[in-house]
Design a protein around this ligand. Structure first.
Ligand code: NAD
Ligand code: UD1
Length: 337
């Protein structure tokens, strides 16, 4: 099977390519390198021993998408490409709607023209807004509080309508909780540009000496230690979730929606402690005001994915922090240019 992986040079996409090859599925990467580096291809080669096909292109370029899908006899698409920084989305909403919403519509139109009707979409737990309770099941109400979240929700709604009108299509919405960690080789990992927005890369940069201290955004939430609780999931478990979705429902027509999380909540201070253990470094932190838009708790009920996909996250918090530390300490400045 040949799968077009949009955004395959990025954090989650690159790790998913490794697991696709493991499953004897051929990934063809389509990425404009807006938020990734060309050197990812050599790292993928190093880790897998295989030369991956890479097409440099933008998902808003329909012609290039159609010709790529035809050239490589694509059977299905896993769609990671998009912009993902919440704060930036508030400053640049047009760019977010254009890349994430318009980009997806162009992609689906190109798939239709090329006769490809199986799609897996990277959605996010952000579509649950501020959930009334935890754990979160797939039937919880959805809402959005910022343009990034709204773009994910809009795409989910567009794809739902499209699938209804085209019942022979298989469309899968995967709602990721908080992906962290790296490939166990230490050769691939998360390489955020500028100051990291997310907790784990920030902590890793404090440990390696690139940042002085972590600001803990709020210690007065109604959680066991007062700091925010999230469902951190190892990126390799997340990658495996895509293979499960592709092989279990990717050829089954319908709209399929799954949470990809572990079902466990960890606080900011839990993560700091786990990272200190994994790295042997002490992580300096200061309590800071809450970050606008943050919620107290967010963690998944992953039972549906286990039942219907036979998939379950298996990697521990210790593995997540150890693998992050290996990547960060061996690549303190991320990927080479
Ligand atoms: P990433 O930025 O590392 O990867 C995205 C890739 O898409 C990058 O390589 C980028 O160059 C590419 N890209 C962006 N716009 C493009 C365009 N118009 N055409 C072609 N390529 C384009 O992000 P990631 O963390 O790997 O996230 C992948 C997907 O998962 C995104 O859609 C993101 O919104 C979603 N997601 C991520 C998280 C997370 O915490 N990382 C959580 C939930 C959902
Ligand atoms: C954020 C996004 C969410 C997106 C998700 C995955 C916001 C408001 N939400 O979620 O839309 O889907 O990333 O990309 O940006 N924290 C600190 N100090 C830091 C960074 C984070 O204390 O420097 C805390 C946060 O307050 C939160 C936890 O760590 O409690 C996790 O934060 P983060 O990694 O940014 O993920 P989310 O906020 O869950």
């Amino acid at each position: 099977m040949n799968v077009l992986v949009t955004g395959g040079m990025g954090y989650i996409g690159s790790h998913t390519c490794i697991q696709l090859l493991q499953a004897n599925i051929t990934p063809i990467i389509f990425d404009n390198l807006y938020n990734s580096k060309a050197s990812v291809t050599s790292r993928l080669h190093e880790v897998t021993g295989q030369e991956l096909a890479f097409v440099k292109g933008d998902i808003r370029d329909k012609e290039l998408l159609v010709s790529t899908m035809r050239q490589y006899n694509i059977d299905a698409v896993i769609h990671f490409a998009g912009l993902k920084a919440v704060g930036e989305s508030v400053q640049k909403p047009l760019e977010y709607y254009d890349n994430n919403v318009n980009g997806t519509l162009v992609l689906v139109d190109a798939m239709r023209e090329a006769g490809v009707n199986s799609l897996i979409f990277s959605s996010s737990a952000t579509v649950y807004g501020d959930p009334h309770t935890v754990p979160i099941t797939e039937d919880f109400p959805t809402s959005a509080t910022n343009p990034y979240g709204r773009s994910k929700l809009m795409v989910e709604e567009c794809l739902t309508d499209f699938q209804k009108a085209n019942p022979d299509w298989s469309i899968t919405l995967l709602r990721y909780f908080n992906p962290v960690g790296s490939h166990q080789s230490g050769r691939l990992g998360e390489d955020p540009q500028g100051i990291p927005n997310n907790l784990m890369p920030f902590v890793a940069q404090v440990a390696v000496g690139r940042r002085e201290y972590l600001s803990v955004f709020g210690d007065d939430y109604a959680t066991p230690d007062g700091t925010g609780v999230r469902d951190y999931i190892h990126v390799m478990d997340l990658a495996d979730g895509h293979i499960a979705a592709l092989t279990k429902v990717g050829d089954r027509s319908g709209l399929h929606t799954f949470n990809l999380g572990t079902g466990n909540g960890s606080s900011v201070l839990d993560m700091v402690k786990a990272f200190e253990q994994a790295s042997g470094k002490s992580i300096a932190y200061k309590i800071a005001p809450r970050r606008a838009g943050d919620i107290a708790e967010c963690w998944a009920d992953p039972a549906k994915a286990e039942k219907e996909l036979g998939w379950k996250a298996t990697r521990s918090l210790q593995q997540m922090t150890q693998d992050t530390w290996r990547w960060q300490s061996e690549n303190p400045n991320g990927y080479p240019e």
